[in-house]
Structures are given as C-alpha cells and as structure tokens.
Design a protein around this ligand. Structure first.
Ligand SMILES: [Fe+2]
Ligand SMILES: [Fe+2]
Length: 285
C-alpha cells in the first residue's frame, strides 16, 4: 500500500464507528483480573437488549447445555468471561452498521451469513486442533472481513466500482480492491480493529487472513480463518461479496497438519453449526 493511500485511510479513522459503551465496559472488565462474575453480570443486566440476547444465545442448541440457563451470572459461570465478551461483541457489531447506505451489488444479509459461517468454521477447526481459545477464533472469523463494511459506508463510490469490477471479471474482492484502491479490506479492517482496541491477535488475523503465512506469531490463527473462509465459500454459506474461492495457501495448510480425510467431516460440522446458530443470531437490517 502506498504512503498517501495509507495516510488517507488513517485520516478517516476518526470517523470510524465506535463500539457501544456497554461492550467497551465489558472488555475492560474482562481484561481486569480483579473483576468478578458478579461485576460483569451487573453491567450486562443494565442493558436489557444485550442481556436478552445473551440468554437466548447460551440456551441455543449451538452451545448444547443440557439445562436451561436463566440468569446472566449462570451464563458467565458456564461460558467464562472471554466467551461472554466475544458473544456480546458479536451481537453488537452488526448493529453498528444497520440502516446505512446500501450498495445494490452487495448484500449485507449474505455478508452477515458469510461472517457467521466463517466464525463457526473457525471454531470447528479450532476444536479439532485442540486450540485452547476457540471463542477467540469465533470472533476472528466473524470480524475477518469487517473492512468491507467500512469501505461500503465510508467510500460508497469506490466500493461500487470494486463490486462492479468483481462481477465483471469474476475476481476476488481483495484483488479488485488492490487494483482500485491500492489497499484492501484487510488493511481497513485492521484500522478499525485498532481503533476498537481489540487484542493484537485479532488485529493480526484481520490483517493477514488472505496471506496467512505472513502473520508471524499468529500464523496458526490466520491459517484457521483462511481455511474457514474457504469452507464457507465451498458450502455456499452467504457471500463475502464475490463468488471466487480464494486459493488455499499451501504453507498455511501444511502448517495446520490436518489430515485430508478429516476435511469432509469438518466441513459438514461447519454446515450444521451454522444452521444451528443462524436460528439464534439473525441479521436484522
Ligand atoms: Fe477477506
Ligand atoms: Fe471472507
């Protein structure tokens, strides 16, 4: 990316949306080793909408708890702080973008499904690999393409040009952005993630999801998101704005050490996980 281009998007960072105050407060609490489940429950219960969503989600078949969870404290104890923070982040993020200007070639509903599918795929892959923080992978999958939404809102004309070029030449959005902007949704997403003070791992995964082997110490996480992204396209879950399946990064694939025969069941699990969770988190414009 050239310097003037980078400066131009950095200049826009001030205009980028901020996270709702409750989510920020929750992030602070989660990062504070002295905070308790009760402190966290208090903040969540103050926000009725968030509290209701959280209970609906923890009781969904996606989590598969045998008993009904009826209190926020109960949900926190069962799922843990990080998972709760991530779930709330998940359900809040897309609200930020509701009722914005629409670009006809780009379906936000399809995009939401793509993001959610990728989140599920990343969690499925993480569990298979016995990765210890699968909830983080879920959020990484959910946010990996968030830069596209920022482009749609803040550069509608260029974004239209990009989506038209994607359709005309049947290329990846990533390539069309490189041609038209000189940078991509990965760079833009990184700026948003930095503005939101998201953890370095998440920032890195967003920045490197198309070139996972350049992600340094977070190469494994980036490789997982890269593969989950490919799963969703193979399964036709939603659309990230183009119809092309990104080429599998060979180094990333080899680094994950997944046996070829494990792939089919993992893809099937992603599909059923997506079907379960999409009943509970739906995109409402
Ligand atoms: Fe992407
Ligand atoms: Fe994607």
């Amino acid at each position: 990316m050239s310097q003037p281009d980078l400066n131009r998007i950095i200049a826009r960072v001030e205009d980028l949306p901020t996270l709702p105050r409750t989510v920020l407060r929750i992030t602070e609490l989660v990062n504070d080793p002295k905070s308790s489940a009760r402190d966290l429950a208090r903040v969540i219960t103050d926000d009725q909408v968030l509290a209701a969503r959280l209970l609906k989600l923890v009781n969904s078949s996606f989590y598969g708890f045998p008993q009904r969870i009826s209190t926020i404290t109960g949900a926190i104890v069962l799922l843990g702080f990080d998972a709760i923070r991530n779930l709330l982040l998940t359900t809040s993020v897309f609200d930020l973008f509701a009722n914005r200007k629409r670009i006809s070639e780009f379906s936000q509903e399809q995009f939401w499904d793509h993001s959610l599918g990728c989140a599920v795929g990343a969690k499925v892959l993480g569990s298979h690999l016995r990765y210890d923080k699968v909830e983080e992978l879920f959020v990484s999958g959910l946010l990996h393409d968030i830069g596209k939404i920022v482009e749609m809102i803040f550069m509608p004309e260029q974004f239209s040009k990009i989506t038209r070029l994607v359709q005309k030449e049947n290329i990846l959005m990533f390539s069309a952005e490189e041609q038209i902007l000189g940078y991509t949704h990965a760079d833009v997403g990184r700026l948003l993630a930095e503005k939101w003070n998201l953890p370095p791992k998440l920032i890195s995964v967003i920045l490197h999801h198309h070139r996972p082997s350049t992600a340094g110490r977070f190469a494994q996480e980036a490789a997982i998101i890269h593969l989950a992204d490919i799963f969703c396209r193979a399964l036709n879950i939603g659309s990230g704005g183009d119809n092309k399946i990104p080429q599998l990064d060979k180094i990333a694939w080899e680094s994950l050490k997944i046996k070829t025969e494990a792939l089919e069941p993992l893809i099937a699990k992603t599909k059923s996980g997506f079907d379960d969770i999409s009943l509970f988190i739906t995109y409402t414009p």
